[in-house]
Ligand binder design. Structure first.
Ligand code: GLN
Length: 497
């Protein structure tokens, strides 16, 4: 075995099962690494004591000869948007500083049942609003590939921790790109499943019709194992998909008809929407993505031209619908039941106002105001209703595309990770950079980011794969075949060997 922190989920699972290594050893090793790399800002809460306790009990059960699940003893950590019992849950907001949930999110409890050992909670943009992790009330996260740059967001702590080899994998959420874009910026693999595959129970709500959970890890194989454990029907989430449990690892390994060892993707039609390759796309990103697509061709896939004509419109549509839902979801933070309450106020209304003014950061306030505006009488028809109609048309465009291809590919983001502070004065610049991840989110389709190479400044570039509804297996299979033939996903940022 190589150094423990370089092992992924699948390899660690095997080493633990054969008792080559104990969970306590793995957890202790990673806790040391996390301490040594505190300056990255990845963890908001480290749960060392409890993690070691859980690891020890798994080791004991294994020593007694109990047969355990394949992930038993594997360390992970959760984006701090998932609520956890017995540990703080902040959603990256001052509003929830010091808050402890009385229950675990479904994703958290499912992974615990599968034997994953949670080491704590990871930094993220406040209420998952952002693309750089700079909107966290608890400070930014640094990109291990260049600590002067952002790791992406909103799941920035998850992505940076996995990229820096502090963890083999972490959970994230994706409302408009928050798993795929940080995975791309940080050189790791992430998948946002079809809306409804993972339960939203216990995920602090941002935009409920878009929010989905998923794993960030180093390979498609590791993502498949985690997604199998964290997904599944949950009666506590009314939008949860009613399907039997899925084995995504088996789906990933299922051979395509006509495939061979050298052409594992024979017959796979990859659609390239022309709108995903605009003139404004950064040259380094365009070249890296095209080179990766050539590798897919080498593996037997065929590339076909398709069109998603409303790609640009997905930005205004998303930035109407997501804030509208957020303004409603965040109404619950009123200083009465839980969350921040102002110390001084004159009456109830003043208490609401001061608590919210003090508890929310500037980006969250901006979205609450936009959302309240587009839902208000007189503007609802002009903005919110129009956006809903266009959302439907965006989904129809995908339906049309999938008559011509099996998966869709393109860049995850128009550039590599930017420098910390680069977009401080221009929130709209960050919104525009979401252009390639928003369409799949609005349609509810699964999307994945796969390390495809490196661009400007040696920064990672991710290839996005978008699948039809519930075609996670197809995405994982394509990504896995690519990763068997390339080593971009296995590269380690300098200083984190
Ligand atoms: N960057 C997008 C936003 O700020 C997406 C965030 C997300 O997916 N949570 O809304």
């Amino acid at each position: 075995m190589t150094a423990l922190h370089h092992e992924g989920v699948a390899a660690l699972g095997r080493a633990l099962a054969s008792r080559q290594v104990s969970s306590v050893e793995v957890v202790s090793h990673l806790l040391g690494r996390i301490e040594a790399h505190r300056a990255l800002g990845t963890f908001l809460h480290l749960d060392a004591g409890r993690a070691l306790e859980v690891a020890r009990s798994i080791d004991e059960r294994r020593a007694r000869g109990e047969s355990l699940a394949p992930l038993a003893g594997v360390p992970i950590a959760h984006k701090d948007i998932f609520v956890t019992k017995g540990a703080p849950s902040t959603a990256g907001s001052k509003m929830l500083a010091g808050y402890e949930s009385p229950f675990d999110a479904t994703v958290v409890s499912r992974l615990a049942q599968a034997g994953c050992v949670s080491l704590g909670k990871l930094n993220c943009d406040e209420f998952a609003m952002g693309s750089s992790n700079e909107n966290s009330a608890f400070g930014p996260v640094r990109n291990p590939w260049d600590t002067g740059r952002v790791p992406g967001g909103s799941s920035g702590g998850s992505a940076a921790a996995v990229a820096a080899r502090l963890l083999p994998a972490a959970t994230g959420t994706d409302t408009g790109g928050s798993i795929r874009q940080p995975a791309s910026f940080s050189g790791i693999t992430g998948i946002k499943p079809t809306y409804g595959v993972c339960s939203r129970w216990g995920m602090v709500a941002f935009a409920s019709s878009l929010d989905q959970a998923g794993p960030l890890a180093r390979s498609a194989e590791d993502c498949a194992l985690l997604l199998s454990a964290m997904s599944g029907f949950d009666e506590r989430d009314a939008t949860s998909a009613q399907r039997p449990p899925q084995d995504f690892d088996a789906q990933m390994r299922a051979r395509r008809t006509g495939a061979s060892a050298s052409k594992p993707l024979a017959g796979l039609r990859i659609g390239l929407p022309r709108e995903f390759f605009p003139a404004a796309l950064a040259a380094d990103v365009g070249a890296t993505v095209r080179a990766a697509l050539a590798a897919f061709e080498g593996l037997g896939a065929t590339l076909v031209d398709v069109s998603l004509p409303r790609t640009e419109l997905s930005i205004p549509v998303y930035y109407i619908i997501a804030p509208a839902e957020a303004s409603s979801n965040l109404g619950r933070f009123d200083g009465v039941r839980y969350g921040h309450r102002a110390a001084k106020y004159v009456d109830l209304l003043d208490m609401y106002k001061k608590s919210r003014a003090e508890g929310f950061g500037p980006e969250v306030k901006r979205r609450i105001m936009i959302g309240t505006y587009v839902l208000s009488h007189g503007y609802y028809d002009a903005y919110y209703l129009q956006a809903q109609k266009l959302r439907r048309m965006i989904a129809d465009d995908f339906r049309q595309c999938f008559t011509q291809c099996d998966v869709i590919a393109g860049p995850v983001a128009p550039t590599v990770a930017w420098k910390l502070g680069a977009q401080d004065d221009d929130p709209v610049a960050a919104y525009l950079a979401d252009i390639f991840t928003l369409p799949a989110s609005l349609a509810g389709l699964p999307g994945m980011s796969v390390p495809a190479g490196f661009g400007e400044g040696g920064m990672p570039v991710g290839l996005q794969l978008i699948g039809n509804y519930f075609a996670e297996g197809e995405l994982l299979r394509a990504a896995h075949a690519f990763q068997q033939a390339t080593d971009f996903h296995a590269r380690v940022p300098e200083g984190f060997q």
